[in-house]
Design a protein around this ligand. Structure first.
Ligand code: ZN
Length: 173
């Protein structure tokens, strides 16, 4: 079995806290406890915990599509306190949907000797989907527990899980 890592995607205040500027709704808030247990289980298993975090420029072009969120240095860009990274965890900032695009996520995972990723976080149909796609393009095994990812759009959540499973070869659990 390949060495695995837990990849925690965008569990940031602007997405997950009710006062966040791009709050993804109750489905996202409900993930906090479940993701906390995932992190605990990964630590117990000795698996690396890698946080992939939106971190935008103040005038990022993405804000033509979405309200400003997760601006570098702002409170909204922080991981929610209940899931705060610990020393030794990896934190990978990103400016686009995919955790691999323009980041050193791939290098980090390869240095860790990781071949299998377990993805949790938000949003199922945006950053989780495109990170899963890029992971599969690069030959990683990917698994996604369906109750540990969420979206503001329940229909898109289901659609994205189906795409991951049937098109990308992700193990949706
Ligand atoms: Zn963003």
């Amino acid at each position: 079995m390949e060495k695995w890592a837990l990849v925690v995607i965008d569990m940031l205040r602007d997405f997950v806290a009710e006062e966040g500027s791009l709050y993804c709704g109750p489905a996202a808030s409900a993930l906090v406890d479940r993701v906390a247990r995932e992190i605990e289980a990964a630590r117990e298993a000795g698996a690396p915990v890698v946080y992939v975090c939106d971190r935008h420029l103040p005038d990022d072009p993405e804000f033509n599509m979405f309200p400003p969120h997760c601006v570098a240095g702002s409170p909204g860009a922080q991981v929610v306190p209940a899931l705060a990274p610990r020393p030794g965890d990896r934190v990978i900032p990103k400016r686009r949907f995919s955790g691999f695009f323009g980041t050193d996520l791939d290098l980090t995972l390869r240095e860790l000797g990781v071949g299998r990723l377990r993805l949790v976080g938000v949003c199922t149909n945006i950053c989780v989907l495109y990170t899963a796609a890029d992971a599969r393009m690069r030959g990683y095994e990917v698994e996604v527990p369906r109750d540990k990812v969420a979206s503001f759009d329940p229909g898109a959540h289901e659609w994205a899980l189906e795409q991951m499973e049937k098109v990308l070869g992700v193990r949706v659990q």
